[in-house]
Design a binder for this molecule. Sequence first.
Ligand code: 13P
Length: 226
Amino acid sequence: MKKIIIANWKCNPIKKNQAEKLFSSVKRGVTNIKKIELVICPPFVYLSEIASSSNIKLGAQDCFWKDQGAFTGEISAKMLKDLKCKYVIIGHSERRFHFKETKEMINQKIKAVLSNGMIPILCIDQINQIKENLSVINGKKMKKIIIAYEPLFAIGTGNSCSIKQAKKTNESIKGILGQDSVVLYGGSVSSKNAKDYIFKANFSGLLVGSASLNASEFVEIVKSIS
Ligand code: 13P
């Protein structure tokens, strides 16, 4: 199975031309990369500028569960589908913390992503969140969900999780969801540690924050896996 590398740009960059430049530099750098599913999740406002291409897929960083209506400021899963998003990140710890997202909200969002034919990437930092955040999802649909293990201490700190701890958590997640489940690692991933999470801790892919804002560093990460 292809390894999945996802760039989560978070609330960056500030200008549209910077986003276009970052995207085109990454695209140029990965032209010959094979056997990797490469995904970029820019802020909503850049999704249309960054059309998905054969070697880079498009993802969103969040969504709203209702299709449309009087919900000022929200972006629905249906709208993201129309923009050709293939993936949607749900329940990132920054959303849980800054925007007080609850398990009920996360459940609704996951359901909306699935019913619009996209793939949810559920971010967790504790094992118990799997059951809590997927309580309304039934057996068959569970297989479509990607889990991203992102320990809080490792996000944006430069203190990546030890390979030993990451591997142990990966095994615990697979113990719950099945050996064939797709589990990613995220938290201070760099071109130096990326391959260890894949080849030593057996993750199916990576969710990259800060390092994805530097095109050459991100391309190095991709190359170290391919
Ligand atoms: P950093 O790679 O900046 O630690 O961020 C990780 C993350 O939150 C990805 O979703």
